[in-house]
Design a protein around this ligand. Structure first.
Ligand code: ANZ
Ligand code: ZN
Length: 830
């Protein structure tokens, strides 16, 4: 009796069995030669999974299952990034407990993942919002603090005066609060930082160790860190009575243009600006200007597309190379927290300085001349930022571009006027969030002892329940939990208050992949020995959207942990897979955009296997895939019917009588065996290259061969069974349920997912070629070498692709095409 393909019953059954048998549990310590640690960036739980998740996890799962069957020690873990703003917004908007909201969403994610049959090592699962996890964030913070890598300072933050809350950058839209539309302002609360800038050079230089990174990714990180080489130069500042007792240092990448500095600019926030104009008529103008600038983002301020604004301070700086007095301005395009917050302006050679000089009618002096050209300041329409020979620069006139920067820097050093310097765009990592739903800082403030770290044995500091979520002021909702906030000082026992900010969730994602390796450890974040046995990761999969931030923060953590002696490897992710995005109508599918498709309907109508297979069939993993307009119907058209066909084949073959006497030596039998072995060979290669769509296409061809063989009367059970079992194994990583069920129906008692990947007989994969003849109107017009097993479609394709044949067709559509595989194709034209 043939059974129907009842995917629902199969899924319900095996899902349970796999989890109960702990089938995917990885060993604590792998065989070093055969370890394969695969991680996909862990999900943030909002709502259910969507097709973007399904794609990425289906890819990951196929890889994990393939390598398990190849005999590797595979670790394929999962966890959830539990903290974050949406949970807190749900609390504000719907009065829901952020914890409840988060755990309910995780439960939905988890049940969909179980339904999809993903082979995660569920023994290791954790949620970052569990105290068991975040206590180690607190522990790491304390270690960073001891090493001088965690510190507090005043830092700019966006503030909504209406909602009375600090906003994240992404919550500010064109200078207004995303929620209420009020104009935002800059505030400067004291906040916590990690000193990532100490690691800037290593973050750039160690990228060479990441052999599996694309050039594009490396470039994105290099630009983010933004190392530039140049010089620091000291400019003396004239005071009111024209005596000189102060100096300000500038950072410049072009010390060779010093003779072209015609004015000097301070960032509006620079403390010296206020000092210089105190008590003068300019003071009020400066205050108003600072207020205006405080509403602009750094990107707007430095954009070359926007007219620059500034005001003169009516004070002068002295150019150290020629003693010239140049006027001091403040301007919006000079930022306080880059370089030194002060610049020498060289309008002839720097575009922003040029635009500013034109706007305020300031002198432009050319000091770099292109060979054979002569720049005229009056006629210039833009700066000349390129290389050339130094001119108008005293004793340095004639110095060529190749030497100018080094020569001038040496000279400055010898005169004590400046020094070679490096500068970075990278800022220290601001980890304070004025939020509830995050990791509390292990810091208290005592009137007598000041800032006091909480001792390790008092961790974890958990979150209180009795808070008021409606924003109250400059601090986080945690400040409203009086009982939680007021503590006694760990040092002196006196009255103290807890820090009420919580940590950026990027702290969690900076080391969660290490926790997987020892996730039940209660006395340490992990045992270094276990971590070193699995790291560095063999493949990290995620979107290119994380090219900076996450991937830089995690690399920084890794380096600090290495300096602490906790990990051996300087780089955590030498091999990255940037998977494509699932889009809908061309826009990336995401909860925040509201254009998501959840998997429930697909589960109910076609089952998890058909859905998984559909996502893998959609194209190469690194390319975007637009979800079809017809929706899940597409699965019903593409992969579901094929799985039914595979099912029927398996059922039919099982009914054929075994014939002990038939060795499978007949010509048809041999051909089918060849097809099986060739398919194993190419599908194995396709898996290795993550080319799942082509692997599926090959398996489809193999199934066609089997049906063709049956249609032609083929009935050798041994040959067919060889094909079916190889097919099931090859398909198992993509469609785990159907294959597991059929495997057992074929009498196996162990899981197919622990079976050995099929081998092939090289001899059977050698392709026999024949000569295919192309006739046009009965005359032989072309011949070509083709495989004996060429299909009709392939024969047509080959014939029409031939220029010779096209020549004879002369643009005419054939009236008739007769195809006799593999040797003859005959075209008839008028
Ligand atoms: C004079 C000069 C002449 C400059 C020239 C450039 C070209 P990167 O490569 O980004 O590091 N600069 C320095 N500090 C700044 C600040 N706080 N805000 C805005 N601009 C600042 O660029 C460094 C250059 O950016 C510096 O070199 C300085 O302008 C400007 F032909 O000095 B330069
Ligand atoms: Zn104290």
């Amino acid at each position: 009796m043939q059974g129907d393909y009842d995917f629902k019953a199969i899924e319900d059954h095996w899902k349970q069995v796999w989890i109960e048998d702990r089938l995917w549990a990885a060993p604590a310590r792998p065989d070093p030669e055969r370890k394969r640690y695969l991680v996909t960036m862990f999900p943030y739980p909002s709502g259910d999974l969507h097709m973007g998740h399904v794609e990425i996890f289906s890819i990951q799962d196929a890889i994990a299952r393939f390598y398990r069957m190849r005999g590797d020690d595979v670790l394929n873990p999962i966890g959830w990034d539990g903290f974050g703003l949406p949970a807190e917004n749900a609390a504000i908007q719907r009065g829901m407990d952020p914890k409840k909201w988060t755990y309910e969403n995780i439960a939905r994610h988890r049940s969909s993942m179980e339904r999809l049959g993903y082979s995660f090592d569920w023994d290791r699962v954790f949620y970052t919002c569990d105290p068991d996890f975040f206590r180690w964030n607190q522990w790491f913070f304390l270690r960073f603090y001891e090493r001088g890598l965690a510190y507090r300072k005043q830092a700019a933050a966006w503030w909504c005066p209406n909602d009375k809350t600090v906003l994240a950058n992404e919550q500010v839209v064109q200078g207004r609060c995303e929620r209420c539309g009020a104009e935002v302002v800059r505030r400067y609360p004291t906040q916590w930082f990690f000193k990532i800038t100490d690691y800037a050079d290593r973050l750039i230089d160690d990228m060479d160790l990441n052999e599996g990174w694309t050039e594009r990714l490396k470039m994105l990180q290099r630009n983010w860190i933004g190392r530039s080489y140049g010089a620091e130069v000291d400019f003396a500042i004239e005071t009111v009575d024209e005596s000189v007792d102060e100096s300000v240092t500038v950072f410049t990448t072009r010390p060779d243009t010093l003779w072209g500095a015609t004015f000097f600019v301070l960032a509006p926030e620079h403390p010296l600006a206020e000092e210089l104009v105190a008590g003068t008529p300019v003071e009020d103008r400066l205050t108003a200007f600072k207020d205006e600038v405080s509403r602009m983002s750094d990107i707007d301020r430095t954009s070359t597309e926007r007219p620059k604004k500034g005001i003169p301070l009516e004070r002068y700086a002295i150019n150290p190379v020629n003693g010239e007095r140049i006027p001091i301005w403040v301007a919006d395009y000079v930022l306080m927290d880059y370089g030194t917050g002060a610049i020498m302006a060289v309008p002839a050679h720097d575009q922003r300085d040029f635009e500013f000089a034109r706007a305020y009618d300031l002198e432009i002096r050319v000091v770099i001349q292109a060979e054979g050209a002569s720049l005229d300041p009056e006629a210039m329409t833009e700066a000349y930022p390129h290389d050339g020979v130094m001119v108008n620069s005293g004793e340095f006139d004639g110095t060529p571009a190749s030497e100018s920067v080094a020569t001038v820097t040496d000279w400055l050093e010898s005169k004590g006027l400046g020094r070679a310097a490096k500068n970075y765009r990278l800022r220290d990592w601001l980890i304070s969030r004025q939020r509830y739903w995050g990791t509390p800082f292990p810091i208290v403030y005592c009137d007598d002892c000041g800032e006091v770290p909480v001792p390790d044995d008092q961790l974890p500091i958990e979150l209180p329940d009795d808070v008021d979520f409606n924003p109250t002021g400059e601090t986080s909702p945690l400040a409203t939990a009086e009982d939680w906030v007021n503590v006694s000082c760990p040092k002196c026992g006196g009255a103290a208050r807890r820090e009420t900010d919580t940590m950026d969730t990027f702290v969690d994602s900076s080391w969660y992949f290490l926790r997987y390796l020892d996730s039940r450890n209660e006395s340490a974040p992990f045992d270094p020995e276990l971590v070193n046995a699995w790291m560095p990761m063999d493949q990290y999969t995620g979107g290119i959207t994380h090219a900076v931030m996450h991937l830089i923060y995690a690399r920084f953590f890794q380096k600090v942990l290495m300096d602490m002696g906790m990990v051996e490897h300087p780089e955590p992710f030498p091999r990255l897979l940037n998977q494509g995005m699932v889009t809908m109508g061309g826009k990336v599918m995401s909860k925040s955009r509201g254009n998501i498709v959840e998997p429930v309907e697909a589960f109910d109508r076609y089952g998890a296997d058909a859905l998984r297979l559909y996502m893998l069939f959609s194209g190469p993993p690194d390319q975007d895939f637009d979800w079809p307009e017809e929706g899940v119907e597409a699965i019903g058209r593409v992969t579901y019917p094929w799985l039914q066909r595979v099912w029927r084949l398996c059922e039919t073959v099982r009914e054929i009588e075994r014939d002990a006497g038939d060795s499978g030596g007949g010509l048809m039998d041999v051909e089918l065996r060849r097809a099986t072995h060739r398919t194993i060979k190419v599908v194995t290669r396709d898996y290795g290259a993550l080319s799942f769509n082509t692997a599926i296409a090959r398996m489809q061809e193999l199934v066609n061969e089997a049906y063709r063989y049956r249609g032609a009367g083929g009935s050798n059970r041994a040959v067919l069974e060889e094909l079916v079992e190889a097919l099931l194994k090859m398909l198992a990583p993509m469609a785990p349920y159907l294959t597991e069920e059929q495997w057992h129906r074929y009498g196996h008692s162990d899981s197919i997912h622990l079976a050995r990947w099929p081998d092939f007989d090289e001899e059977l994969t050698v392709i026999d070629e024949v000569t295919m003849v192309v006739q046009v109107n009965g005359k032989v017009r072309a011949t070509m070498d083709v495989s004996v097993s060429i299909t009709e479609e392939e024969m047509r394709a080959r014939a029409f692709a031939s220029e010779k044949v096209q020549g004879y067709l002369g643009g005419r559509e054939p009236l008739k095409v007769i195809v006799k595989p593999p040797k003859l194709i005959s075209l008839v034209v008028k």
